[in-house]
Design a protein around this ligand. Structure first.
Ligand SMILES: [Cu+2]
Length: 300
């Protein structure tokens, strides 16, 4: 079952849009016990909670799903979970989340004019019928109820990553991660892709370039979140193909301060499931990408 390019596969794109609209509707997919909120909103909560859970608690960098090795498997799991719900909402067992290849848009003279932002595509979510119901307070950092439209500031700050930059990182990073397994890790595909070091700042720079809601811990409010993370995941997949002998790190000999990030730890979830980073390594169990060769090519 294939994850397609959002912009070259209008069918997958429109299904995604229809699916998230259904999951966002409390009348169709209520979030049990949360009045007026939907299953879609629970992903905003889940993501925010992961960022509040500092691991270990006595520092301010690594949390249960970011600034550490678990960043890639946690978001892979987050997407797979939404993907399963989208299949249910669409009644389509073959549906897989499409990805947004922002390196193509980076080559446009004005990336903010990409068709992905047209009202036929993601532009419609910035109109009034899509309501943000939970938001991170910019003052306190807490999650609080809201009832407003989605905010974006396309291209106001930063830039989108380049294809060449992404290819070089996939080519040059042989390790999955490096000590101290945080935002300070000097090498490893995880920190280079998450974007705390290096020239491209891949994942982080896309959040910053979109701005608005994508710049908060409540970023899954914007449906582009999942398309963005799908492309981040595709980069990890391309790296896995390119470096088949490089394993996930760290293993269970790492200290407890790396809880949620060691290969057999349970990934942080608001649901009662126990999925580990190790369970997420073999992505082909769940989906394949229409292409990863544009990223994994030998030539840069
Ligand atoms: Cu995240």
């Amino acid at each position: 079952m294939i994850r397609h390019n959002f912009l070259s596969n209008p069918e997958a794109a429109q299904k995604y849009i229809e699916g998230v609209r259904r999951l966002k509707d409390p009348a169709q997919f209520a979030w049990a016990g949360q009045d007026g909120l939907s299953i879609y909103d629970s992903f905003v909560f889940w993501h925010h909670q992961s960022m509040m859970l500092m691991t270990p608690p006595n520092q301010n960098d690594r949390n249960a799903a970011h600034s550490g090795p678990g960043f890639l498997p946690w978001h892979r799991y987050f997407l797979i979970t939404l993907e399963g719900l989208l299949r249910q909402a669409l009644n389509d067992n073959e549906f897989r989340i499409p990805y947004w290849d922002w390196t193509t848009d980076a080559e446009l003279p004005e990336p903010a004019t990409s068709p992905i932002w047209s009202t036929a595509n993601l532009g419609q979510f910035a109109l009034s019928d899509w309501r943000v119901r939970l938001e991170m307070s910019l003052r306190t950092g807490d999650l609080r109820p809201a009832n407003r439209s989605l905010q974006r500031e396309l291209g106001n700050t930063g830039r989108l990553p380049t294809r060449t930059g992404v290819r070089m990182i996939i080519r040059d990073q042989a390790a999955y991660d490096t000590s101290p397994f945080s935002s300070s890790s000097p090498g490893g595909i995880r920190n280079l892709v998450e974007g705390w070091v290096g020239n491209e700042r891949i994942h982080n720079s896309v959040h910053v370039w979109i701005g608005g809601d994508m710049g908060r811990s409540s970023s899954p409010n914007d449906p582009v979140f999942f398309l963005h993370h799908c492309n981040v995941d595709r980069i990890w997949a391309a790296w896995q193909e390119r470096h088949p002998d490089s394993t996930y790190l760290p293993d269970m000999t790492a200290p407890d301060t790396l809880q949620f990030h060691r290969i057999d730890d349970a990934l942080y979830s608001i649901y009662e499931d126990t999925v580990t980073p190790g369970d997420m390594v073999d992505y082909k169990t769940y989906y394949e990408y229409d292409t990863i060769s544009d990223l994994a090519e030998l030539q840069v």
